[in-house]
Structure formats: C-alpha cells, structure tokens
Design a binder for this molecule. Structure first.
Ligand SMILES: C[S@@+](CC[C@H](N)C(=O)[O-])C[C@H]1O[C@@H](n2cnc3c(N)ncnc32)[C@H](O)[C@@H]1O
Length: 267
C-alpha cells in the first residue's frame, strides 16, 4: 500500500499537526514507559510527527526505535525533529505498518498510538505486529473513542454535531470509536496477559476551535461529506462557526479520553 492509497482522514496539514506535535512519551505513553528497558528494540507503528517516538528512544537508549509511517510529510518532519533534538537511536521509515519489511521476531516492543482507528481491518495490523515481535514481546496500543469525548453537553464538538466528520472517517475505512474494541482485538490477535487502562487529556478549547473549522472547510473534505450525503456545505459551515464561537466561551472545556491495552506474545 502506498501513501496515496491510504485515506488518512485527519490529513497532513497544519490543523492535524497542531494536535499531534504536543504529544510526548510522558504525556501519552506514561503507561508504557516503566516497562521499557535500556537496549530494547522498539517499533512505533504510525508515529506521525514522532514526538512520542523520541521519548521512547530516550527510554530504551542504547536500544533503537524504528517508526514506520505511511505519510511522507510526517517521516520528513519526524526525521528533522530527531536531528534537531540530537536523538540518534531513532529512525523514521516511510512504509505501511500492515506490511512491514522486517523479519519475524525482530522487536521487543511494538507501540502504536492513535493509529488503529485509521486502519480498515485493525486485526490485520495487530497480527502483523505479533509476527514481528519476539516471543514474550510486548504489544502496546492506545486509541480514543469519539463517543466518550467529554465537554459541556451543549458544546458543538463531538457527536451529534460532528457526525458528518465521523461518517467521512468511517467511509475512509476508519473507526472513530476504536477504543471500545481494542482489548478484544488484542486478545484475538493472539496476545496474552492483557492489561487495559485509560486517561483523559485536557485539550485547550481555543486550540480545538482554531483547528476543527479549518479541517471542515477543506474543499476535499466538504466534497466527500456532501457527495456522500452526510451534510450540506451550509450545515458544515454552520458547525464550523459554532465551534469558533464556542472556543471563545470562557466556560468551554474539552477532554479527550485515551484507552490503552498491553499484551504479551506467548513464548
Ligand atoms: C492520529 S496520527 C497518530 C500519530 C502518533 N502515533 C501520535 O499519536 O502522535 C495517525 C498516524 O498513523 C499513520 N498511519 C495510518 N495508517 C498507517 C499505516 N497503514 N501504516 C503506517 N502509518 C499509518 C498516519 O499517517 C498518521 O501519521
């Protein structure tokens, strides 16, 4: 699969990046960090701009972390960030995390955050990651679920206002409520000793309000949503304006729930 065949709904433009490049291993993978050991060989499947990946690399040094990312813009950005931050035990490769160019039993840990929700058959990804893990190796996946995003009940973000966005995401093969299925998928892929947990990320309403409208106003997105009959262009613009107004409300707040699952490959 090439990057032009993958329909990554959030895209690679600035609005999507603004939400990703604030993530760190400490903020979004603190549940994994205590389990990493110096010397571990780690795969980050779908690292995006790589800000979490760099923290994983620091944790396993002198071990090595490889990020396999389908979007070339993020591979370039992550590589540049690693160079600027002087993190040398990390590499970012362009590729499909469902069809890895690695031998069986290569990695001690496979980590993937906020990626399964963009993959049409997440079980296929988990089986591929099982293949490249060493016996006894650790799978560590994290996902969100839009149905459980938390905000004041009249906020225009989340369902039902943003249903048109979630329907486009599903049309692109994604799963906006992925986290609900994550534990059973990890088990079905063959992993054992499964542990689950979660946390809320407080997200700045002004930042949400400055990024979602731009995504809604992307002409390609509008065309897809309108052609599929999920909303009219006018309805999408109305939600964009409501979100902008909401971002200025001093009482606005927004929390993203994240759920993680850890499991071991038997052996
Ligand atoms: C929401 S971003 C998460 C990025 C990063 N893990 C983080 O949490 O900051 C999802 C990423 O998965 C990548 N992706 C989606 N499908 C992929 C695939 N089949 N192989 C590799 N990367 C993929 C996207 O290009 C995007 O960078």
């Amino acid at each position: 699969m090439s990057s032009d065949q993958v329909q990554y709904t959030h895209g690679y433009k600035l609005p999507a990046l603004a939400g990703l490049n604030r993530r760190t291993a400490e903020s979004h993978a603190s549940w994994l960090l205590p389990r990493l050991k110096p010397g571990d060989r780690v795969l980050d499947a779908g690292p995006g701009p790589g800000t979490i990946t760099l923290g994983l690399a620091r944790a396993v040094s002198p071990g090595k972390v490889t990020g396999v990312e389908i979007g070339q813009p993020y591979v370039d950005l992550a590589t540049e960030t690693a160079r600027n931050d002087n993190v040398e035990n990390v590499e970012f490769l362009q590729g499909d995390a469902l069809d890895l160019d690695f031998d069986d039993e290569t990695f001690d840990v496979v980590f993937s955050f906020a990626v399964l929700e963009h993959i049409p058959e997440p079980i296929d990804a988990l089986r591929e990651w099982y293949r490249v893990l060493k016996p006894g190796g650790l799978i560590a996946v994290g996902s969100s679920a839009v149905s459980w995003h938390a905000h004041p009940l009249d906020a225009p973000l989340g369902p039902p206002k943003m249903n048109f966005y979630y329907r486009v995401w599903e049309t692109n093969g994604g799963h906006p409520d992925m986290a609900a299925d994550q534990p059973q998928l990890v088990r079905r892929a063959g992993f054992q000793d499964i542990e689950i947990g979660g946390f809320f990320q407080h997200s700045d309403p002004q930042q949400q309000a400055s990024t979602w409208p731009e995504r809604f106003r992307d002409p390609d997105f509008i065309k897809q949503a309108v052609d599929a009959g999920f909303a009219s262009a006018e309805e999408i613009e109305e939600v964009a304006q409501e979100v902008e107004a909401w971002g200025k409300d001093p009482d606005a707040w927004y929390m993203l729930p994240w759920f993680w699952a850890l499991g071991r490959k038997p052996g």
